[in-house]
Design a protein around this ligand. Structure first.
Ligand code: NAP
Length: 313
């Protein structure tokens, strides 16, 4: 019987592991397929407090993992396939086992949205990517497009200029959503270009991306443009598929939680981008992780008390 199982190994999950481990709950963290979550595929992290020079996303992930393990968190590389909620005991099935637990912290995060256009799935890994850290190196001297106008698009676009000859940001409006610092840095980078008010209609290539068809949203005109690679940064969707029909969610499938980070099932908490579609920062996810952990600790103390009373009766 576990005290608590943390599902997910991003900022929220690892922070929850640090806090629950320091509370002697001996948490079990099940990593999921994407070890380290979004931070592990982020390049430069410049706004995480305590690191004035900034650091790379994977470095931050490794530091958090070490910190959690130092206090006794058990981190298993395994994926949860099914969760059955009970009162008060829950069951968690993974690829390699089955666990019983008194509480759960869901920190499954969010995944990159796809464009859903022809050629995107077919040419994935052949010029289409959602991860500049993973794939940027392969595009030395190439011409790239980054789709999106948010912080991720600009930050990862800037990172790609280290390898590429040219990086064009394709944005559906004529104003970026990204923050001022990133916008200014992009303006000062000669390799960055912009294709405003435009979307990709399809991606073309014979076994490798060769061109795209762009639509100008103001005129409706389309044109073909040669390109070697496309990086997509058009936002995220929450990873809540496992909990469909079992936990309350909003109309965009984000988990609904109360002021104690508890979901609609007692003893089941959530932390990070699986419930947060407002802040979505590394530091806010870490903060939510600590809050869920503290609430879990209090819940478990109450539960023990309740069970002891039942036994006395
Ligand atoms: P985001 O802020 O949601 O931006 C998504 C971008 O994609 C928007 O510009 C949006 O256009 C565009 N878009 C959405 N759907 C599209 C579609 N179907 N076709 C074309 N374009 C589409 O997502 P994000 O940039 O990944 O950022 C997520 C969160 O992480 C944000 O809170 C951000 O601040 C944070 N973050 C922070 C940093 C940093 O501080 N350095 C770095 C990375 C991420 P519209 O603008 O027209 O809506």
């Amino acid at each position: 019987m576990e005290n608590t199982i943390i599902i997910g190994s991003g900022m929220a999950g690892l922070t929850a592991a640090i806090y629950t481990a320091r509370a002697n709950l001996e948490p079990l963290l099940l990593t999921g397929n994407e070890l380290g979550g979004q931070i592990a595929t982020t390049t430069e992290v410049e706004n995480f407090p305590g690191f004035p020079e900034g650091l790379q996303g994977p470095e931050l992930y490794e530091l958090l993992q070490k910190q959690a393990e130092r206090f006794g968190a058990r981190i298993e590389i395994d994926e949860v396939t099914e969760v059955t909620f009970g009162d008060p005991i829950h069951r968690v099935k993974t690829h390699s086992g089955e666990y019983e637990t008194k509480s759960i912290i869901i920190a499954t995060g969010a995944s990159p949205k796809k464009l859903g256009i022809p050629g995107e799935a077919e040419l994935l890994g052949r010029g289409v990517s959602y991860c500049a850290t993973c794939d940027g190196f392969f595009f030395r001297g190439k011409n790239l497009m980054v789709v999106g106008g948010g912080d991720s698009a600009i930050q990862e676009g800037l990172f790609l200029t280290k390898f590429a000859n040219k990086v064009d940001i394709v944005h559906r409006r004529d104003q970026l959503r990204a923050g001022a610092v990133l916008q200014e840095r992009a303006r000062q980078n000669d390799k960055m270009g912009y294709i405003w008010n435009s979307v990709l209609q399809r991606i073309e290539g014979d076994g490798q991306v060769q061109s795209v068809v762009l639509e100008d949203l103001r005129t409706g005109e389309t044109r073909q443009q040669p390109v070697d690679g496309i990086f997509v940064y058009v936002g995220h969707y929450p990873n809540t598929q496992l909990f469909q029909g079992k936990l309350q969610m909003d109309d965009q499938n984000y988990l609904i939680i109360d002021q104690n980070m508890m979901t609609s099932v007692p003893g089941v908490f959530a932390a990070g981008e699986v419930h947060d579609h407002t802040y979505r920062q590394a530091i806010s996810s870490a903060g939510f992780g600590s809050m869920a952990a503290i609430s879990t600790e209090r819940y478990l103390a109450n539960l023990e008390h309740r069970l002891a009373r039942v036994e006395t009766w």
